[in-house]
Ligand binder design. Structure first.
Ligand code: SAM
Length: 251
């Protein structure tokens, strides 16, 4: 089992740095109305999608590459009567027409996607001109040794942990404008997986999951790694916009 298998088995609701508190905070910075069409990429078990759909009564689609995540997200939505559509799909190949959404967001997903440039191109494609991208991600605070990156990959499956300048550059190179950090904060050891209740209602966790040796191993390894390494990590809430007009052809 790897980190993401464990998140799925435990029915993790807010498996991103800062947890659900961060979600509530960034929502204060983004104008959302009942007509705002929203896509969440890498929605996991759908906690944020369900919350957003119910709070704003707006159309929300959540996609995740993992079948178990999508199944649990659908179960969550059914439990509370949320009208979210959950689709199994990858960030690199979103099954939606161009310009379908006003807001595309993700929380702790882009460190994991296989092809980041392709994923960013897809977010850009499915947004309307003037639409907004928002992303909560881990970032590195300074230079680290290749061995550090290897350990982040082994323990978390994180294929990349860029610094703030690199995140911004990637977004800009994918065509987003006005790319900025709403805020960034240090990651605390309490942000480790094992320290948070994974499934806030206890209805999405696989029976007996917490007793499984493999789950215990991953949780323990994760907590130990975070205890040692959190001082190199921060998380950032990045936003950018798809420009209203293509600057190369305007004028
Ligand atoms: C750390 S979890 C975060 C889940 C959710 N955003 C949350 O905050 O609870 C990362 C999620 O990204 C999904 N994911 C990873 N790579 C993906 C990809 N290429 N396309 C879509 N989802 C992906 C995983 O299946 C997992 O559900």
């Amino acid at each position: 089992m790897d980190y993401q298998d464990v998140l799925a088995a435990l029915g993790a609701g807010s498996a991103h740095p800062g947890g659900f508190r961060t979600t509530l905070e960034w929502l204060e910075h983004v104008p959302i109305q009942s007509s705002t069409r929203i896509l969440e990429v890498g929605c996991g078990t759908g906690r944020t999608s369900v919350y957003v759909q119910q709070k704003y009564d707006c159309p929300v689609i959540g996609v995740d590459v993992r079948r178990e995540m999508v199944a649990k997200a659908r179960r969550r939505a059914k439990q509370v009567g949320a009208k979210v559509k959950f689709v199994q799909a990858s960030a690199e190949r979103l099954p939606f027409p161009d310009a379908s959404f006003d807001l595309v967001y993700m929380e702790s997903v882009n460190v994991f996607v296989d092809q980041i440039e392709q994923a960013l191109a897809e977010y850009h494609r499915v947004l309307i001109p003037g639409g907004r991208l928002l992303d909560v991600e881990m970032m590195i605070m300074g230079p680290v040794a290749p061995a550090w990156r290897e350990s982040a990959k082994r323990v978390y499956g994180a294929l990349r942990v860029p610094d703030l300048a690199s995140w911004r550059r990637m977004f800009q190179e994918s065509g987003f404008s006005n790319v900025r950090a709403l805020w960034s904060r240090p990651v605390r050891p309490e942000d480790a997986l094992a320290a948070e209740p994974m499934d806030e209602n206890g209805t999405l966790v696989d029976p007996g999951a917490y007793q499984k040796p493999e789950v215990i191993r991953v949780l323990t390894e994760n907590a130990q790694w975070m205890e040692t390494n959190h001082r190199w990590l921060a998380y950032v809430v990045l936003v950018g916009e798809k420009p209203k007009r293509n600057l190369e052809t305007s004028g």
